[in-house]
Design a protein around this ligand. Structure first.
Ligand SMILES: O=C(O)C(=O)C[C@]1(C(=O)O)C=C[C@@H](O)C=C1
Length: 336
């Protein structure tokens, strides 16, 4: 049995990704408090693999994960990506429905209609979108919301219509949010979390599918150490590994000399010259000098099996001449 660390507690979306990806007959899934803890567990060899959120189709990059890959304090120098997993993310509003509230001053507020179902027009958004769903029970008693910061940006229409101005508290994951709401005896708080978290924590589903986009998905990365020789963690229904370079993706980070005009363009041109198709670019503050940045490039192709003369290795040799410094962050089979 080996250990797989994931962003917990149980019932987070990261937990779903880990369960989809790993066969629990051969491993133990270990919930961690923060994304950084997942990196640490893998770096220190306590866990063989880690699962972390990387990007959401509605709200974009998970900046905490990017900053851990940037690793300016060199705390996880041996971490690489070895797989990816996509999870459909359907958020619910979880709390206590009126029937369960003991505080009558709160439950009396639920007698009024939830709202018109129309967000207030502003000069910036004169015609706000109407959310696709309504709460299944009144939500006027909700005075505080908990969730992972990524989730707010995935449920804008619903929140601005039904819970406008309600205090929000960021927490480490959506399942942690559900845990906190379950502990709140007043019943006046709610979490944006999953339907599974409602079951696990005995909460009521106040609204279902509150995400702005019906095809809301989050992409997760599987992490391992560079010296771990397994390429792909075992997962249910594992595909036969295809050797076509286009079936693989790779991730590299680099910084450039900001004083040198064209240094970013020159770095990107390296990938073009070896016909390596870029699939995403992210950037974060370098953390070293204000207004200097670190770039994260994903591209089609793989380094392993590529041979010393392969396109990926050749591109990395050239990148060495134009970028200030770069770091290899892994190759994995694309799940798209
Ligand atoms: O909070 C969770 O449940 C997570 O797994 C984290 C996370 C994320 O960081 O993107 C994953 C999926 C959702 O997009 C919201 C939060």
């Amino acid at each position: 049995m080996y250990m797989v660390a994931f962003l917990g507690p149980n019932a987070s979306y990261t937990h779903q990704a880990a369960r989809d990806r790993f066969n629990q007959d051969t491993c133990v899934l270990s919930p961690q408090v923060t994304i950084e803890d997942v990196f640490q567990q893998v770096q220190s060899r306590v866990a063989k693999f880690g699962v972390v959120p990387f990007e959401n189709s509605t709200n974009g990059s998970v900046v905490f994960t990017l900053d851990l890959f940037a690793d300016i304090k060199s705390r996880h120098p041996d971490i690489v990506v070895c797989g990816e997993a996509y999870v459909d993310v359907h958020h619910c509003l979880l709390g206590r429905g009126a029937a369960r509230l003991t505080d009558t001053s709160l439950s009396s507020k639920t007698d009024s209609p939830t709202s018109s179902g129309q967000a207030t027009p502003t000069s910036k958004v004169p015609y706000p979108k109407t959310p696709a769903v309504k709460p299944v029970v009144p939500v006027k008693h909700v005075k505080k919301l908990y969730s992972h910061p990524q989730a707010w940006g995935q449920c804008r229409d619903f929140l601005s219509t039904y819970l406008k101005g309600v205090e929000r508290q960021d927490v480490s994951s959506t399942s942690r949010a559900a845990e906190l709401v379950a502990e709140d005896q007043s019943g006046s708080s709610a979490a944006i979390s999953s339907a599974i978290a409602a079951e696990v924590h005995g909460l009521d589903v106040l609204a279902r599918n509150i995400e702005d986009s019906a095809d809301n998905k989050t992409r997760f990365f599987i992490l391992k150490r560079t010296d771990c020789l397994e390429h792909q963690p075992m997962h249910r229904g594992a595909k036969v590994v295809d050797d076509d370079q286009n079936s693989f993706k790779s991730l590299v980070s680099f910084t450039v000399n900001h004083e040198d005009p064209g240094s970013l363009a020159d770095s990107l041109a390296v990938f073009k010259s070896y016909k390596l198709n870029l699939t995403s670019i992210n950037t974060r503050p370098s953390g070293l000098v204000p207004w200097n940045y670190i770039f994260f490039i994903e591209f089609k192709g793989r380094r392993e099996n590529d041979g010393a003369t392969g396109a990926v290795n050749a591109a990395l040799r050239d990148l060495n001449n134009v970028a200030k410094c770069w770091r290899w962050l892994g190759s994995w089979e694309s799940e798209l």
